[in-house]
Design a protein around this ligand. Structure first.
Ligand SMILES: [Zn+2]
Length: 443
């Protein structure tokens, strides 16, 4: 921001500061100079005529008389926030995925300020409220009237006035923000894919912590468990995005306004299981859970239906769980049948959520196999006394020499008779390089 920008900033602007704080969890974002420049996926001479070409996100700087037009002062900052939105999408997982950004011709995009001006289009909101809040529907109506009304575009609107951070679809779909940070703007953009706030998979009406779609002011990462609304590893998989009786199924990774996700790079989270192994949610109640195998003391079933409020029994958000009915005569195991591939010497972490209506003890186990499918060794986590609330447990270890695959099991020591519920499994390859063991944090 140069001297001219500083002069443009007016006293009215000083009274309204839209710049908000960037989220910093699960780890700090790069400094501005190191945020990758996303660049333009599509460039048009007339961005109001956007029907041709790929779907894209159009960035708007919205202003009205109250604070005036501070486009020159803010355009670089807005572009940097948009680059951070792209960074957080890419960095949430080990998949490479980006936002398709729409730009206009007439600017030298090899310079950052030229790119910013090509990316960010100023628009005056004529019906903006002086001395009060301008609602998102007023902004959407203004954009539509101005010609920004193409179904091939989603509009991310940076409001330089007392507006509202809200996703709104009327004449046109806008992800509006009057608090400018990448977490807020991306949160609203993801809402435009009809995704609700992130729910804990097993607990009715309970929001997940540590997620962009719950706490965007602190957290920039999207769906670290790959089971709520974002799974780039299996874009045909969909997840219930809200509580029962809402039955919307979504996977933002398949959204046409983003690039197709490709594996693999280094990001915060990853997962080596299939959606079915992670969630059991495709199964009918009382059924036999596919992709799982019991052995020893116990038998399994898809958790029978219950009331809406009963955890994971009906739709808490639509997800079924697996019930293991533990018998006392022997150690009981329920295992993921398939053995995902591993690389010897690298670290892996198995997560699962477990609960019981009574009481009992279980542990998580990683069983390592070689290329002849011979068991080499196993690693047990601590013995956990289960509680009546869904808690996440984890075990982490280095794959031993010679290991090429791993089997995941939940193990109940012999001598117990009780039932527990299992859901939200995940197998991380601990290679993010940003957390202490290279894996996502337990949540
Ligand atoms: Zn929201």
């Amino acid at each position: 921001m140069g001297l001219i920008s500083l002069i443009v900033a007016s006293p009215a602007h000083a009274a309204f500061d839209p710049i908000s704080t960037e989220p910093t969890a699960p780890y700090a974002q790069p400094v501005d100079a190191n945020v990758p420049k996303r660049g333009c996926a599509v460039t048009l001479s007339d961005p109001k005529n956007a029907a041709a070409g790929i779907p894209a996100v159009q960035v708007i700087y919205a202003w009205h008389e109250e604070n005036g037009n501070n486009y020159a002062a803010y355009v670089d900052r807005i572009a940097k926030i948009v680059d951070r939105m792209d960074w957080l999408l890419d960095e949430s997982t080990n998949y490479d995925q980006h936002i398709n950004l729409g730009c206009r011709t007439g600017y030298n995009t090899s310079t950052y300020s030229g790119y910013a001006q090509a990316l960010v289009i100023p628009e005056k909101i004529e019906a903006g409220v002086i001395g009060g809040e301008t609602a998102a529907d007023v902004v959407a109506a203004d954009l539509a009237a101005a010609g920004y009304d193409d179904a091939n575009r989603k509009y991310v609107v940076f409001e330089d006035f007392d507006g509202t951070s809200q996703a709104y679809c009327g004449a046109v779909c806008v992800a509006a923000a009057d608090e400018w940070d990448s977490g807020t703007a991306m949160h609203e953009l993801v809402h435009l894919n009809d995704v609700d706030h992130a729910k804990v998979s097993e607990v009715p009406d309970t929001l997940a912590v540590n997620d962009l779609m719950t706490s965007q002011y602190n957290d920039w990462q999207m769906d670290q468990e790959f089971n709520n609304y974002y799974d780039p590893s299996e874009t045909s998989a969909t997840f219930y995005t809200s509580n029962y009786p809402d039955t919307r199924l979504r996977n933002v990774a398949a959204w046409s306004f983003f690039t197709t996700p490709t594996c693999c790079d280094v990001g915060y989270s990853n997962d080596l299981l299939t959606a079915q192994e992670r969630t059991i949610e495709a199964e009918a109640p009382y059924g036999y859970p596919s992709a799982f195998t019991p052995s020893g003391g116990g038998w399994m079933q898809v958790t029978p239906p219950g009331t809406d409020a009963q955890v994971s029994a009906r739709y808490y958000d639509g997800r079924r769980s697996l019930t293991m009915n533990v018998q006392s005569h022997a150690e009981g195991l329920v295992s993921v049948t398939r053995k995902p591939s591993v690389t010897a010497g690298q670290r892996y972490k198995f997560f699962a959520r477990l609960t019981t209506g009574t009481s009992g003890n279980v542990k998580l186990r990683l069983s390592w196999y070689n290329s002849s499918n011979t068991l080499l060794s196993s690693t047990d986590g601590p013995l956990n006394a289960l509680t009546s609330s869904w808690q996440e447990y984890a075990v982490s270890a280095l794959a031993p020499t010679g290991a090429t695959s791993v089997q995941l099991s939940v193990v109940s020591p012999s001598g117990q008779t009780f039932a527990y519920l299992l859901d939200s499994l995940q197998l991380n390859h601990c290679n993010n390089g940003k957390t202490t063991d290279g894996c996502r944090l337990a949540g």
